[in-house]
Design a protein around this ligand. Sequence first.
Ligand code: NAD
Ligand code: MG
Length: 390
Amino acid sequence: MRSVSVLGATGSVGESAFDLLMRAGGPAGYRTIALTGGANVARLAEMARALRAEIAVTAWPDKLEDLRAALAGTGIEAAAGPAAITEAAARPADWTLSAIVGAAGLPPGLAVLRRGGILALANKETLVAAGPLVMATARAHGATILPVDSEHSAIFQALQGENLDSVEYVTITASGGAFRDWPLERLAQASVAEASCHPNWAMGQRITIDSASMFNKALEVIEAHEFFGLENDRLRVLVHPQSIIHAMVSHRDGGSIAHLGAPDMRHAIGYALNWPRRAALPVAPLDLAALGSLTFAEPDEARWPALRLAREVIAAGGAAGAVLNAAKEQALDDFIAGHIRFTEMAPAVEQALERASAQPGFAQSPADLDEVLRWDGFARRAAAWQGASA
Ligand code: NAD
Ligand code: MG
């Protein structure tokens, strides 16, 4: 029986993975090693009981007693804190999904790679913040990374049996998020609640707001650069409001291979779970006749400056990815807290990139986790809202 761990099990992607594991028979289908979550320890404990996990870990140390109480009598271990999550990730498991949100996913992701495991990666921040380090760690330990971000899973699938050398460019689609059709001048007034609604995908709040600003797409372009080794001239973004085509690989001979499917993360998670085979999944079949038409548009950079920043980060290399990722997390925190406007996030990130680029060592890719975290801290300080007095 295959063993699995799910990091970030209580989130949107984590719940979809849990659904697949339960449909596969739960503990009768898979041996679950570790499940990790955040503040919702009641849900984490419920999942751990249902899958008979070995260990459940909450990110928050002050939730440990609640987690222990919720697991009383089950024999399931309980632990808490970032170090405990990384230790749980280091436990041998055949397949580990990283569905943590943010740079917090990097240390446990590296722990999976260091033990030579299969890392199904939804946590795009891992590759954005530390792509060269992550890919080198995977190579050094014979580990496998399977992309779970839907666009990257789509590219990965379209590339099966193909040669990357023959690829002219790859297109990642973007729904356009909550504000695709808003008049530009209204964006500065966009509220957190308005930014937290996605037209097609049900996702966590942070990635949903990032979809409205297209910082999510910016992260994904950088993720594709790091994972597939494609440079700016071979990476394109196309607005596609229906989210049916997730990505397309265009070859030098004029042929393009697109990946289509319902916007349901269980496809990409299930593909990675069953890889290299395919298995039946509870995803709605594609009904193109019912859809009638699929539409496309060039992304407008005045509306979505994050896309320009992504290209600049790819061109700069070095620590730029770690800086963009952390500065974006800080700006998003400040927007959610009501300190800055929706349209002030991209300038905050750009300011952090400018300040970081004047620092010694910016041109070198961070060589280890400590260096990534140093740039991460610098970027958060450089992007942070300075308070009402500033
Ligand atoms: P979410 O907010 O719904 O869930 C995040 C999970 O991480 C939760 O289990 C939460 O408890 C945990 N977590 C939060 N902060 C943590 C911390 N500091 N340390 C450890 N654990 C922490 O997020 P989501 O929408 O499921 O997204 C998860 C990841 O997958 C993100 O990187 C996101 O970009 C990516 N992703 C999500 C989707 C989607 O459909 N939701 C699609 C593609 C990629
Ligand atoms: Mg995606």
